[in-house]
Design a protein around this ligand. Structure first.
Ligand code: NAD
Length: 355
């Protein structure tokens, strides 16, 4: 299996290093070999090449069976020309690889219940929501877009646009995901105000005809944002567009209280998928052996499951993470009284030991 590593900026290289050790251990244990190539993205790519996504990075990613990404961005590049900011590298690689579906599970680990921001009675039945976000369309890519000046004052606009085929394929990913989980999809839009959302809703309903075994409901995005904190247990799979998905997936993640624990997968119609922790480059703790590597390690479990058909190996990683938490190991972000405080490397080593 060929894996392209995009370590990126900030804590990226530290957490990815622990992920690679886990992959090697899985290879050893199950008798398979992972070959790695490395490429630049984000701020480090800007420093080396003048842009956040060199062509060679795109080529290397496309040649691989899967891509593992750390994180991009940091204060060093906050004030540079917006057209070459590190985040452009992320948007660019998703577009170049045709990764139109972003799967983000927000799970409350029983061992980390104390970290959850919601009242215990609200999450007593656990929290396990999968947000399926459309990733390559909508307002982040829509044209026309402009920052300009009119009558002496600055103005700007973007365009939220979705074509039918873009909605159909993301709806299918959500329905398929629901079949492997709780069998329920909630499609989130703003159909009371936006024309683009009315098209979204119609197409999702139409596509649902092929998935009669899955329950479909609809919710406006403002209500969905409220319902996620009022009663998150009502959701199984949420499917939504790029902008709403960006916000709701972060909200669902934040509720768990453990941003350093949550993985993600970005998938296309075929070709390699891209796997990354949901958190950013955490410049405040970069290079200090403080970052939690578990979101990256769990992203590798998703990689094995979705891109390599290695469900048993994926389960094994997830169980090793659970056991590590049960043993009381905690990085600073999930620390609690009486737990064993560890850094990035020691947390990685504990998972390896449990593997
Ligand atoms: P962030 O996720 O990097 O950090 C938010 C807070 O969470 C910080 O206090 C950080 O220390 C902490 N944190 C994040 N990951 C952690 C981990 N693994 N272990 C322990 N603590 C962790 O978000 P931010 O501060 O808003 O952004 C920092 C930079 O990252 C910005 O340049 C932003 O653009 C970029 N960013 C990148 C991605 C990505 O690469 N996918 C996503 C979000 C933000």
């Amino acid at each position: 299996m060929k894996i392209c590593i995009l370590a990126g900026d900030g804590i990226g290289p530290e957490i990815v290093a622990q992920g690679v050790k886990v992959l090697d251990k899985v290879g050893e244990k199950f008798g398979c070999t992972f070959e790695y190539s490395e490429a630049l993205i984000g701020g480090v790519a800007i420093d080396a090449t003048g842009g956040p996504l060199p062509d060679s990075t795109v080529e290397r990613c496309k040649e691989a069976d899967a891509v593992l990404l750390g994180a991009v961005g940091g204060p060093k590049w906050d004030t540079i020309d917006p057209s070459i900011r590190p985040e452009k590298g992320l948007l660019g690689i998703r577009k170049a690889m045709g990764l139109f579906a972003n799967l983000r599970p927000a799970v409350l680990f029983p061992q980390l219940k104390h970290a959850c921001y919601l009242r215990p009675d609200i999450v007593e039945n656990g929290l396990d929501v999968m947000v399926v976000r459309e990733l390559t369309g909508g307002i982040y890519f829509g044209e026309p877009r402009l920052e300009g000046e009119i009558e002496g004052e600055r103005y700007g606009y973007n365009t939220m646009v979705y074509r039918e085929h873009e909605i159909r394929r993301i709806a299918r990913v959500a329905f398929e995901a629901a079949r492997k989980r709780g069998g329920r999809v909630c499609s989130v839009d703003k159909a009371n105000v936006l024309d683009v959302s009315r098209v979204w809703r119609d197409v999702v309903v139409d596509e649902h005809a092929e998935y009669a075994d899955v329950e479909l409901s609809h919710m406006y995005v403002d209500n969905a944002a409220m319902q996620l904190v009022r009663d998150p247990g009502q959701f199984d799979v949420i499917v939504t567009g790029n902008l709403f998905g960006d916000i709701l997936s972060d909200e669902a993640a934040a509720i768990t209280g453990s941003i350093g624990m949550l993985p993600s997968a970005s998938l296309g119609a075929d070709g390699p998928g891209l796997y990354e922790p949901i958190h950013g480059s955490a410049p405040d703790i970069a290079g200090q052996d403080k970052a939690n590597p578990l979101a990256t390690i769990l992203s590798i479990a998703m990689m094995l499951r979705h891109s390599m058909d290695m469900a048993e190996e994926a389960d094994c990683i997830e169980q090793a993470v659970q056991k590590t938490l049960e043993q009381g190991y905690r990085t600073g972000d999930i620390m609690e009284q009486g737990a064993k405080a560890v850094g990035t490397k020691a947390m990685g080593a504990a998972v390896l030991e449990n593997l």
